[in-house]
Ligand binder design. Structure first.
Ligand code: CAA
Length: 380
């Protein structure tokens, strides 16, 4: 199958490439070192329309397709995966869920600002004791008539301190299991909502990851997304699309590491010739290129499935599983090709190796993707 990009998609891809080179690259090492959030860069990406790419223009979005979003994610991630995860969470996990399942009032109040990049959002599912096992929610949202009382702790929340709007998954009726779970919109500043300390991470250090604590937070009923008990399905459906974004992020990290390695191999000399002329290095580059192309096909296919209205749970899981494995493998090989320089921050590939690891973990580990894939292929 050939993916022929339209003129518009090629222009969007180029805009993301230029932005990554001109705006993300200059201080990417400093942000990684200092764990500094890319505030200015996110603001500019809002102006470029990258924060609500698939949202209808009536709600402040860019009204584009998933393939365009994937192209942008890939280009940004070639340079700065910390910035691209902010884009991915805001687009896939927050805006998409609100646009698809939110009420008109919720869309007017929250989505318009989120899609235009005026504010950013966070998706809060994981807990200290419920990561992969997402139905085991301990956070409670007790029904009090016209509002819920929210109590509990969420962990590893991307955009934890920088978000203004949080989509929080919580258990309302434990007897009903996953059918008793709700998704609530929580605003920063609601009484009893506290942001925990920032996590000191191996990779994507420019993004801010926090635990969140809810102590008797009063959340109005009109802030529930969907019908009573829809919260778990909301989370699963949202994550199915989120995984396409993370797959594109992984693809971008792999492609970025490969491009730097190819350039380095054609410049660096050893034993009297450029190291690319040594088969040991040339074969590494051949493997990288082949696997990246295979990952790209899976990622683009999944985006096209979503755009065509086809089921994308299986293709998204396959894309995330494969692209994240390729990202990790490619980044490790990129460090090896760079030799001693690869171990030094100035050459970028050590950061890519650290950043790649999380793509095998968040929005469903590789093992969870295999559960999703195997259940899907075995169900008939
Ligand atoms: N779409 C719609 N419904 C779905 C679904 C999907 N993709 N996947 C599951 N469901 C439904 C099932 O049909 C079932 O409903 P019924 O009982 O009505 O049939 C219900 O959800 C429960 O499903 P399962 O019985 O399959 O549940 P399970 O306990 O076996 O778990 C799982 C399924 C796939 C393993 C799920 O728990 C899962 O995806 N876990 C991983 C969670 C995850 O990805 N966490 C990432 C955190 S978010 C993050 O990282 C964001 C960030 O900040 C970057």
């Amino acid at each position: 199958m050939e993916f022929k990009l339209s003129e518009e998609q090629l222009m969007i891809q180029q805009a993301a490439k230029d932005f990554a080179q001109n705006e993300l690259l200059p201080e990417v090492i400093e942000r990684d070192d200092a764990q500094k959030f890319p505030t200015q860069q996110i603001k500019k990406m809002g102006e470029l329309g990258f924060m609500g790419m698939m949202v209808n223009e009536n709600y402040g979005g860019s009204g584009l397709d998933t393939l365009s979003y994937v192209l942008v994610m890939e280009e940004l991630s070639k340079v700065d995966a910390s910035a691209s995860v902010v884009v991915s969470v805001n687009n896939s996990l927050v805006c998409w869920g609100l646009e698809t399942y939110g009420t008109e009032e919720q869309k007017q109040k929250y989505l318009t600002k989120l899609a235009s990049g005026e504010i950013i959002g966070a998706f809060c599912l994981s807990e200290p004791e419920a990561g992969s096992d997402a139905t085991s929610q301990k956070t409670t949202a007790i029904d009090k008539g016209d509002h819920y009382i929210l109590n509990g702790t969420k962990n590893w929340i991307t955009n934890g301190s920088t978000a203004e709007v949080y989509l929080v998954i919580a258990q309302t009726d434990v007897e009903k299991g996953h059918k008793g779970i709700n998704a609530l919109i929580v605003e920063k500043g609601m009484e009893g909502f506290e942001i925990g300390p920032k996590e000191n991470k191996l990779g994507i250090r420019g993004s801010d990851t926090h635990s969140l604590i809810f102590n008797d937070v009063k959340v109005p009923k009109e802030n529930r997304i969907g019908e009573d008990g829809f919260g778990f399905k909301f989370a699963m459906k949202t994550l199915a699309g989120g995984r396409i974004g993370i797959a594109a992020q992984a693809l971008g990290i792999a492609a970025g590491a490969y491009e730097l390695s190819k350039k380095y191999a054609k410049e660096r000399k050893a034993f009297g010739t450029e190291i690319a002329n040594h088969q040991a290095i040339a074969f590494k580059l051949a493997d990288m290129h082949t696997k990246i192309q295979a990952a790209r096909h899976l990622v683009y296919q999944s985006a096209c499935d979503k755009d065509n209205g086809d089921d994308y749970t299986l293709s998204g899981a396959m894309a995330k599983l494969y692209a994240s494995e390729v990202a990790m493998e490619t980044a490790v090989e990129a460090v090896q090709i760079h030799g001693g320089n690869g171990f030094v921050k100035d050459y970028h590939v050590e950061r890519m190796m650290r950043d790649a690891k999380i793509t095998q973990i968040y929005e469903g580990t590789s093992e969870i993707q295999k559960i999703v894939i195997s259940r899907s292929i075995l169900k008939d």
